[in-house]
Design a protein around this ligand. Structure first.
Ligand code: BES
Ligand code: ZN
Ligand code: MN
Length: 493
C-alpha cells in the first residue's frame, strides 16, 4: 500500500472515499463537521437517525454527498472523545482501513489524525495511522489461485499544515515499521514445508542485500566447532540442516555497543520424540515467529535508518521425531560448557536459545533481548494480550514495558526469583531442560538465565501473542512494534 500525507480539507478531497470520526456523544470530529457543513447536514442526519452511534470501531458509508468532492464518506465511530488511547486509536484507524479496503476506489483519505489521543503528538498519530492501516489491510495470499481483487492502492493520511517536515518523517517511519511488521507476518504465515531454516537464511540474505547489512550464516559444522550441542540436538531429527543467522545493521556510532535480538526459529515444532497431540499441530509452523520478529525489526530499523547498532541472531532448526532424533534422557553439552539433560524434547526452544545467547557475548552487547514462542504456559497466564517479560535487568525491562505501552504491543513482567531457578535440578547433568508443570513460563526463562552471565538480558515469551488461531488464523507481527519503539526510544524519540 502506498501512503502519503494530504493537506486538503476533507470536503475538498477528491479521493474515492474519505473517512471521518463520529463520537459516542454524537459530536463530530473537525473533518466530519466540515463535511457536514458542506453537505447541508448529511452526517448529522445519519447520526440523528441512529444509523451511526459513534461506538468505537463502528462504520457507516454515505455516498454521493452534495458539496463533497469524494464519492464516498465513511463515518467511523470513535467512542468517547476523552477516552482515545493507543489501543482505541488503532482500532479506529483499523476499522476505517478495513472498510475502505473493501470499496471500489483506488485512493482513500483517512482524516483521523486530528483526534486527540492520549500520549500521542501529531507525528505519532500520523505514524500510527500508517502502521494501523497497513496492519488492517494486510493479506497473505501466496497460495491462493485467485485472491479477491483489491482496488485500493493508496491511502492519504491527513497531516495538518504545520510541521510538514516532522510529519513527513513520521509517515516515512510508519511505512518502515509497517514493512517490518509485514515481513514478520509473511514469514510466520508461510507453511513449514516452505519456511525451513534454509529459507530463513535466504530471507536474511535478501534483507542483507536490499539494505546493505552484514550477514553471516553459521552451518552445522561451525556450530559443532563452537560446541553448540544443545542447538544441534534439536535439529538431529530433521532432514533440514540447522542455521545460525547473524544479521548486522550499523546505524549507530561505530563504537556504540549493539543491541542484540535473538529470535527462536523453530520452523516446525512437532515436539520431537516427546511428540505433541495432533490437534492444531499445524500452528507449530508459527514456532519461528520470534525469528520472524527479529528479521522484521532489523528491516524496520534499516528502512527507518534508526541511529542504533543492531544485531539479529536467529538459531533456526526443525523439531521432528526420527531414528536420529534426540531422546528423553539424552545429555548434551552446551557452548557454555554446562550439560543439559533433555527430559522433554518438546522443550526445544530453550535448547536453541541457550547456545545462541552464549554466542552473543562476543558482540559485547549493550543489551540482549530474546524473543520466543517458548511456553504454552504463557498462553494460559497472559492469553493473547501481553507478551511474557522476564530478565535480569530491571531498567531494560522497564524500557520494554514502556515501549510496548506506547504502541499498544504490551508486555507484562513475571518474576524470575532464585527460587524458580532452584526448581531446575537434574540427578545426572548440570541442568534439566524442564522443571515440572508449575510456573512453566518462569522456569523456561530461569533455564535461559543460566546462560546470560555478564549480559543485560530480557526475554519476551510471545507464545500467546505471535499469532491468532481460529478463522482469522494469521501471524500478528508482534512484537516488532514494541521492539522498534524500544529502539526509537533509545535513540531519543
Ligand atoms: N513451541 C512450544 C510452545 C508453544 C505451545 C507455543 C503452544 C504456543 C502454543 C514449545 O516448544 C513447547 O513445546 N513448550 C512446551 C514446554 C514443556 C515441554 C515444558 C510446552 O509449553 O508445553
Ligand atoms: Zn517450540
Ligand atoms: Mn516444543
Amino acid at each position: 500500500m502506498q501512503f502519503d500525507l494530504t493537506r486538503q480539507a476533507a470536503h475538498e478531497q477528491s479521493a474515492g472515499c474519505v473517512a471521518v470520526g463520529v463520537f459516542a456523544s454524537q459530536a463530530l470530529s473537525p473533518s466530519a463537521k466540515l463535511i457536514d457543513k458542506a453537505s447541508g447536514g448529511a452526517i448529522s442526519a445519519a447520526v440523528k437517525a441512529g444509523d451511526m452511534t459513534g461506538a468505537l470501531g463502528d462504520t457507516l458509508l454515505l455516498r454521493g454527498l452534495r458539496g463533497v468532492k469524494a464519492e464516498r464518506v465513511l463515518l467511523v465511530g470513535c467512542g468517547k472523545a476523552g477516552d482515545i488511547d493507543a489501543a482505541a486509536y488503532q482500532r479506529i484507524v483499523g476499522a476505517a482501513a478495513t472498510a475502505v479496503g473493501r470499496l471500489h476506489g483506488t485512493v482513500a483519505g483517512l482524516y483521523l489524525t486530528e483526534l486527540t489521543v492520549a500520549g500521542h503528538d501529531e507525528p505519532l498519530r500520523v505514524r500510527t495511522a500508517v502502521t494501523a492501516a497497513d496492519h488492517a489491510l494486510y493479506r497473505f495470499t501466496d497460495y491462493k489461485e485467485k485472491p479477491s481483487k483489491r482496488h485500493l492502492k493508496s491511502v492519504l493520511i491527513a497531516g495538518g499544515a504545520r510541521q510538514t517536515k516532522k510529519l513527513q518523517a513520521a509517515l516515512a517511519q510508519g511505512v518502515a515499521l509497517a514493512q517490518g511488521v509485514a515481513l514478520a507476518r509473511d514469514l510466520g504465515n508461510q507453511p513449514a514445508n516452505v519456511c525451513t531454516p534454509t529459507y530463513l537464511a535466504e530471507q536474511a540474505q535478501a534483507l542483507a542485500k536490499a539494505h546493505k547489512l552484514e550477514l553471516e550464516v553459521l552451518e552445522e559444522a561451525q556450530m559443532r566447532e563452537l560446541g553448540m550441542g544443545a542447538l544441534l540436538a534439536v535439529a538431529r531429527g530433521s532432514r533440514q540442516p540447522p542455521k545460525l543467522i547473524v544479521l548486522k545493521y550499523r546505524g549507530g556510532k561505530p563504537k556504540a555497543a549493539p543491541v542484540v535480538l535473538v529470535g527462536k526459529g523453530v520452523t516446525f515444532d512437532s515436539g520431537g520424540i516427546s511428540i505433541k497431540p495432533s490437534a492444531a499441530m499445524d500452528e507449530m509452523k508459527f514456532d519461528m515467529c520470534g525469528a520472524a520478529s527479529v528479521l522484521g525489526t532489523v528491516k524496520a530499523a534499516a528502512l527507518a535508518q534508526l541511529p542504533v547498532n543492531l544485531i539479529g541472531v536467529v538459531p533456526a532448526a526443525e523439531n521432528l521425531p526420527d531414528g536420529n532424533a534426540v531422546k528423553p534422557g539424552d545429555i548434551v553439552k552446551t557452548m557454555a560448557g554446562k550439560t543439559v539433560e533433555i527430559l522433554n524434547t518438546d522443550a526445544e526452544g530453550r535448547l536453541l536459545l541457550c547456545d545462541a545467547l552464549t554466542y552473543c557475548a562476543r558482540f559485547k552487547p549493550d543489551a540482549v533481548i530474546d524473543i520466543a514462542t517458548l511456553t504454552g504456559a504463557c498462553v494460559v497466564a497472559l492469553g493473547a494480550h501481553a507478551h511474557g517479560l522476564l530478565g535480569n535487568d530491571q531498567k531494560l525491562m522497564d524500557a520494554l514495558l514502556t515501549a510496548g505501552g506506547t504502541v499498544h504491543d504490551r508486555a507484562w513482567q513475571l518474576p524470575l526469583w532464585r527460587e524458580y531457578r532452584e526448581q531446575l535440578k537434574s540427578p545426572f547433568a548440570d541442568l534439566p531442560n524442564v522443571a515440572g508443570r508449575e510456573a512453566g513460563t518462569i522456569t523456561a526463562a530461569a533455564f535461559l538465565s543460566a546462560f546470560t552471565d555478564g549480559l543485560r538480558w530480557a526475554h519476551l515469551d510471545i507464545a500467546g501473542t505471535a499469532w491468532k488461531s481460529g478463522k482469522d488464523k494469521s501471524a500478528t507481527g508482534r512484537p516488532v512494534g514494541l521492539l522498534a519503539q524500544y529502539l526509537i526510544d533509545r535513540a531519543g524519540g
